[in-house]
Design a protein. Structure first.
Length: 324
């Protein structure tokens, strides 16, 4: 459970999960999902340390347990679709879910599986790679702002403006190529960017856009295993790029940048989730639970129609029934 310091002493095991979630109605499931995801939620702890959060929970499950865990994910995905339908119908709130992680941590898979039950009309996914020339001609939030979700929708960012305090911070050269006026590049730049991001998310919040941030916390050992798999399996070869290996060499620098980023931008209203990612299935359940918790906090409901409208619908029903 999470301690006051936003760290985990004992994450709930998959077995524990089964006990917690089995047989719950969707409504109860939302509440439990909130409680379950809390152990990975960081809401603003100046002493936050990545090493207090596990990379792995229950990687070596038996077949039976694995299937039962998959069943939990299925229920979670269904519950998510139910809330998304209300979000869309109500058309007031929007949800932005940001994914950040090292290569091969499972961002794509988590997005694919967790959002698999959601109506495509109510959901947009955007991936942010190295900025192009047009994007570099603008401030760093510009390209992401253009893709913020409309009211009633869920927006997924596969990488985001957070790259500006991650890859850009780790590699000196990138900042220099960003066309910023020299006098603005000072030692304070990371602190300033982190502050600007926090303010931006607070602004979004006040406009009805909730922001949930997911860090898929994969271990260096597991990343190596997944890279080797990508090299060994022909159908996975396309997923491997040489730059993945280059970035891996900067592992410690990345971890330091992630830690500082989470410390400075996790808030009660826009929390970070530090998700154990060595076990893909468990990670997806945590992600689903985090999204469910955010949607549930919006207290969504289908728009109520007026009495006149109800009466009109009855009249129309009558007309339809009386048709030849
Ligand atoms: P995959 O799982 O397919 O590898 P990916 O998200 O890693 O997905 P890539 O095309 O491999 O996609 O990588 C995108 C690269 O773009 C990442 O290395 C990321 O750090 C980089 N990038 C994203 N935003 C910026 C930015 N603002 N400045 C510089 N580089 C960036
Ligand atoms: Mg990559």
């Amino acid at each position: 459970m999470a301690t006051k310091k936003d760290s985990i002493t004992e994450p709930v095991s998959a077995k524990g999960l089964l006990k917690e979630f089995a047989g719950l109605s969707h409504k109860k499931f939302y509440a439990r999902a909130g409680k379950f995801s809390k152990q990975f939620r960081v809401t603003g702890d100046k002493k936050f340390k990545l090493k207090d959060f596990p990379c792995d929970v229950d990687s070596n499950l038996g077949e039976e347990e694995k299937q039962a865990t998959q069943q939990i994910l299925r229920i979670g995905v269904e519950a998510l679709a139910e809330l998304q339908d209300k979000l869309y119908a109500q058309d007031k709130w929007a949800l932005l879910v940001i994914f950040q992680a090292m290569d091969a941590a499972g961002k794509d898979g988590a997005i694919k599986h967790v959002m698999s039950g959601v109506n495509p009309q109510g959901c947009d996914v955007n991936s942010f790679k190295a900025p192009n020339a047009e994007e570099l001609d603008h401030d760093f939030l510009w390209r992401c702002m253009k893709h913020l979700p409309e009211r009633g929708r869920i927006g997924i960012f596969n990488r985001s403006y957070y790259e500006e305090v991650l890859v850009v911070r780790v590699h000196d050269g990138i900042l220099k190529s960003q066309k910023l006026p020299e006098k603005l590049i000072t030692d304070n730049i990371w602190k300033e960017r982190l502050g600007d991001i926090s303010n931006f998310e607070s602004y979004l919040n006040k406009n009805g856009v909730l922001v949930v941030k997911i860090f898929l916390n994969v271990s260096k050992k597991e990343q190596k295993k997944r890279f080797l798999e990508r090299i060994e399996k022909p159908e996975k070869n396309w997923k491997f790029s040489n730059s993945d290996l280059t970035e891996r060499k900067f592992w410690d620098e990345y971890m330091a940048a992630y830690e500082d980023m989470i410390r400075k931008t996790a808030t009660e209203k826009s929390p970070w989730y530090v998700v154990p990612a060595d076990n893909k299935l468990y990670a997806r359940i945590v992600v689903a639970a985090a999204i469910l918790h955010a949607l549930n906090s919006m207290k969504l409901y289908y728009p109520k129609v007026s009495e006149e409208k109800v009466a009109e619908l009855q009249r129309i029903k009558q007309m339809l029934l009386e048709e030849e």
